[in-house]
Design a binder for this molecule. Structure first.
Ligand code: PEP
Ligand code: CO
Length: 451
């Protein structure tokens, strides 16, 4: 195999990269980024990898979620806090359902670059580069705003650093206290007559917490009740940025991409000879691979050979995103093949990206029922293959947006225009995310997973 270097990806075809009109400016930005401190640390990445190995062994469950695309304009402490809180709340519900620890990974603090189906967008006879995420260009449809600007990488770094700073404070500094986080549930569950479906599990959670407190175990004397481990992730799409954030760890001599703990390769850039696979094969971070209908079982094994030649547990997470109509055809052969070949992977289900439709008002949307259906079917397929679904990967927010239809509030296609705020794909809102956690917890119990 070719020798790997942080820049060996440059010898291969790199799809979905911007064409920067001023290459010298790009070089300057890369030099600057190379000198910046790491955003995450090698020891944390190793902790995550160990935890993911436990997910692959069925001892933990992975919850990965956050924005489709973070934005420079919508960046403030409340938004970060609300998404963080909903992820913690979902984690509690899932923990109670599956009776195992839930590993929490945000699509946050760096999820800025987007692959697009077309490199250009035309409006009223004008053709401009597509919006590719705030780290590359601006979504406003004008020639100057759509021009890719490398300096945006510096702004993305700075926003990721501030976001991480806040997340670290929330994780350690009392905000994640169980007593605080559990305040969610009763309001949500009681506010709606339909919420009675969830009351039983919600009550069980509260009773367990009271019982623990009655034993004298509380957040004052037990740090585990007030601190959480929280990791960050994004798609490793914009390779000049990822390369510039890559460092050699001084304690182990290993190479880590320090832009996030977990990086994934998107469905459009995961071919064996891609620059993205080349870059990812040399870094020690855990790697996700998005698997859509074009993935072939034999190719997938070759991809695993390249990205994880020593079959290290926790290194690879396979994220299926087939859509509820296709998952029945595509997932089973992959699961079977991976099992036959004795590969250690985490299986996670992204029920968002295969279920995107255009609503009648032209807005992209996803239906809550179809999202749930893909998770249910994935669970069943794993059960029937004597494998297990280790996690879920969601696009969601802590805000009360109207981007996906359905759920307890029964958002209709006509409601979408009320609070449609996403910069890219439609996200579950806070209530939909929590409801989904209840339903998935239920479904996992039904499939005999969990303890
Ligand atoms: C995404 O996760 O935002 C994404 C673009 O997914 P996929 O590569 O699976 O289409
Ligand atoms: Co998306």
């Amino acid at each position: 195999m070719r020798q790997w270097k942080t820049d060996s990806w440059r010898n291969l075809k790199a799809d979905h990269q911007p064409v920067y009109p001023e290459p010298e400016k790009l070089t300057e930005v890369e030099e600057t980024l190379r000198k910046f401190p790491p955003l995450v640390f090698a020891g944390e990445v190793r902790d995550l990898k160990k935890a993911l190995a436990e997910v692959s062994e069925g001892k933990k469950f992975l919850l990965q979620g956050g924005d489709c695309a973070e934005s420079f304009a919508e960046f403030n402490a409340d938004l970060i806090r609300d998404t963080f809180r909903v992820i913690l709340q979902m984690a509690i519900i899932l923990t109670a359902g599956v009776k195992m620890p839930v590993l929490k990974v945000g699509r946050m603090a760096g999820q800025f670059a987007k692959p697009r189906s077309s490199p250009t967008e035309a409006k009223n006879g004008v053709e401009l580069p597509s919006y590719k995420g705030d780290i590359i260009n601006d979504s406003e449809f004008s020639a100057s705003k759509r021009r890719p600007d490398p300096e945006r990488m510096l702004k993305a770094y700075s926003q990721a650093a501030s976001t991480l700073n806040l997340l670290r404070a929330f994780s350690d500094g009392g905000y994640a206290d169980l007593r605080h986080v559990q305040r969610w549930n009763m309001g949500f569950v009681k506010s709606d007559p339909q919420g009675k479906r969830y009351r039983h599990l919600a009550q069980q959670i509260q009773e367990s917490l009271h019982f623990i407190e009655a034993l004298g175990i509380n957040s004052g004397n037990t740090p585990q009740l007030r601190q959480v481990q929280y990791f960050t992730s994004h798609e490793a799409l914009l390779l000049p940025f990822e390369e510039a954030m890559t460092r050699v760890d001084s304690t182990s001599g290993d190479v880590y991409d320090t832009s996030a703990h977990f990086l994934w390769i998107g469905n459009r850039t995961r071919s064996l000879d891609s620059a993205h696979v080349e870059f990812c094969r040399g870094i020690q971070n855990p790697i996700g691979i998005k698997c859509g209908p074009s993935v072939d079982p034999d190719q997938l094994i070759r991809l695993l050979d390249t990205l994880n030649p020593n079959n290290v547990g926790g290194k690879i997470t396979l994220i299926n995103r087939f859509g509820c109509e296709e998952v029945g055809n595509y997932l089973q052969p992959l699961v079977k093949k991976v099992k036959e070949e004795g590969r250690s992977v985490v299986w996670s289900c992204d029920p968002m990206h295969g279920n995107t439709i255009k609503g009648n008002n032209g807005k992209k949307t996803r239906s809550f029922d179809q999202i749930l259906e893909e998770v249910k079917m994935s669970l069943q397929i794993h059960s029937s293959e004597d494998s297990h679904l280790g996690g879920i990967h969601l696009e969601m927010t802590g805000q009360d947006v109207t981007e996906c239809t359905g759920g307890l509030d029964d958002i209709s296609e006509n409601d979408l225009t009320h609070r449609y705020r996403t910069h890219c794909d439609p996200r579950l809102n806070a209530n939909q995310a929590i409801e989904l956690a209840f339903l998935i917890a239920d479904e996992i119990k039904r499939n005999g997973h969990g303890n």
